[in-house]
Design a protein around this ligand. Structure first.
Ligand SMILES: [Fe+2]
Length: 265
């Protein structure tokens, strides 16, 4: 019994006919949906980890809703800094609001607990987890000490040692301390940085995926970040009792495929 799910992030969908950073992000999301249909139709669900609409427009959420209606698996959603909570709810409905007042969620499936946290805060680019959310997280973790937990949110909590560290989760200590109350945190998965990374920080495993929008190259002192049109990337997560694996699927990569004589067709 293997848990399988897909994480998409940073879709940055614009209304029909409009581009974001030169990219038709709606068309890119359609490619992502096609990739799920082709490869992950037997997955348990898909998570959208925020920055769903580039400018938070209701018409962008309408377009998003129409495109993800073609996904053959359930979809769970949380928000990012580009999102507008009121506009999102006006299209998707108030059922997405948890008792925290934000778009948080718990999913119990195949021996795992998956927790989605809404780290968006109106008017801010960096991420905020409110005291009420931390309290809610601690309670949800306390209920599930007998099973592995995966946490998914938009903003990265850990520093990646790049310039965008200044817009990660603001004051992450309360979040980390809450996670530390659980004995088996398998992954903390985020988007936001438009960059693929994995890290261990304070004994916890962190991952970011580059998502559906432009991707960022790694910047270093005197080496500025560059924005690239690809990959469009989703994460495919496989969970068993004793292993949790994150694969990165570049469904838009721009690379030429290599064919070698003698390869199986
Ligand atoms: Fe983003």
């Amino acid at each position: 019994m293997t848990l399988k799910f897909v994480v998409m992030s940073d879709l940055h969908v614009m209304p029909q006919g409009e581009l974001s950073m030169t990219l038709d992000t709606g068309a890119r999301l359609e490619q992502a949906v096609a990739a799920v249909v082709a490869r992950y139709g037997d997955a348990d669900f898909c998570v959208l980890a925020g920055d769903l609409a580039d400018l938070g427009q209701p018409s962008a959420y309408e377009r998003l809703k129409a495109i993800i209606a073609h996904l053959p698996i359930p979809v769970h959603i949380t928000l990012g800094n580009h999102d507008d909570r009121a506009a999102f709810l006006s299209v998707f409905g108030d059922g997405f609001i948890a008792e925290t007042g934000k778009v948080d969620k718990v999913i119990d499936i195949k021996g795992y607990r998956i927790i989605l946290l809404d780290s968006s805060e109106p008017g801010r680019v960096d991420g905020v987890l409110e005291a009420g959310q931390i309290e809610w997280l601690r309670a949800r973790l306390a209920e599930a000490t007998d099973r592995p937990v995966i946490v998914i949110l938009h903003h990265n909590a850990n520093a990646l040692h790049i310039e965008s560290d200044s817009i990660r989760i603001l004051e992450p200590d309360a979040f980390i301390n809450a996670l530390k109350t659980h004995p088996d945190i398998r992954q903390v998965i985020a988007g936001h940085v438009h960059l693929t990374s994995t890290a261990i920080w304070r004994g916890l495993p962190f991952t970011t995926l580059s998502g559906g929008h432009y991707s960022c190259t790694v910047d270093q002192p005197n080496v500025p970040m560059r924005r690239l049109a690809g990959p469009g990337q989703m994460a495919f997560v496989l969970g068993t009792e004793d292993s949790t694996t994150v694969l990165f699927d570049d469904y838009i990569d721009g690379n030429e495929e290599i064919f070698v004589e003698g390869d199986a067709a």
